[in-house]
Ligand binder design. Structure first.
Ligand SMILES: C[S@@+](CC[C@H](N)C(=O)[O-])C[C@H]1O[C@@H](n2cnc3c(N)ncnc32)[C@H](O)[C@@H]1O
Length: 246
């Protein structure tokens, strides 16, 4: 849900040849790219991608669901600068996971009360994100059990942000300074740079949690590193016993 380019889903399908997957995202350009990548990797017979609002997908429960950084699907629009509605997201996700199935859920958490300068480029409020403990309560309240969890490190944060900005610098290197789009690319680079205050990176984390819905049977799970996404080492290396593809 909110699959973006579908990179993680495609890697899951590569690792689990018996699995079929569906990616949903409201950004049609991302979905186009996801389909193109599925074609390139020979996965189009097992992967479908739909460009549509996530809240409008019909509840067809699956063995495993991935939702990383996309809880806003079930809450107020990001532009409203309201607190993120984790509860609504987790309840909706619970309806999409078979009992005993798995959810890989990644979302932002505050690890400390944010400095106003850290919150300003986001919604500008302390309560936009929950603390880890409050998130755990919401997880249990929605009917999930935490099987494993991890938090992105400051280094992972830095690498992600550097990679994000890098696409702008690469574009600027490759194009003439007087290119009609150069001013806009420079502005986007600058906005991104200012929005990530390196002096306070410890406050905002993205936590990835592997959750089990209900208790009846094991589901299928594959967790693979998604480039440009804060997926921590236990996912990348699949060292965690609960993270094996079965
Ligand atoms: C922070 S990105 C995360 C993308 C991807 N899950 C990842 O980890 O790289 C949030 C994604 O949610 C998608 N999204 C936002 N609102 C949505 C909605 N209402 N329905 C479906 N997708 C939505 C965005 O287009 C974007 O791809």
């Amino acid at each position: 849900m909110g699959c973006g380019w579908g990179e993680l889903l495609l890697r899951v399908l590569t690792s689990a040849p018996q699995a079929r997957g569906r990616g949903v995202d409201s950004a049609s350009a991302s979905i186009d790219r996801a389909r193109q990548q599925a074609l390139t990797r020979g996965l189009l017979n097992r992967a479908t991608f739909d460009a549509m609002p996530g809240a409008e997908t019909q509840a067809r429960p699956a063995d495993a669901v991935i939702c990383i950084g996309a809880s806003q699907i079930w809450g107020p629009p990001v532009e409203d600068a309201q607190p993120l509605d984790y509860g609504a997201a987790l309840r909706a996700l619970r309806a999409l996971v078979l009992t005993g199935g798995r959810l890989v859920y990644g979302e932002a958490v505050w690890s400390a009360t944010p400095h106003p300068a850290a919150a300003a480029p986001l919604a500008g409020r302390d309560d936009e994100y929950l603390s880890t403990d409050a998130l755990r309560e919401q997880i249990r309240g929605a009917g999930f059990e935490v099987v494993d969890d991890a938090q992105a490190s400051v280094q992972e944060w830095d690498v992600f942000e550097a990679g994000y900005r890098d696409r702008f610098t690469r574009w600027l290197e490759a194009h003439d300074a007087h290119h009609p789009a150069a001013g806009q690319v420079r502005r986007r680079y600058e906005e991104q740079r200012v929005a990530y205050p390196p002096a306070r990176p410890g406050e905002l984390h993205v936590a990835i949690r592997e959750l089990r819905g209900g208790f009846l049977r094991d589901g299928v799970l594959a967790c693979i590193h998604e480039q440009r996404c804060f997926v921590p080492a236990w996912v990348v290396n699949s060292r965690s016993p609960s993270c094996r593809v079965r």
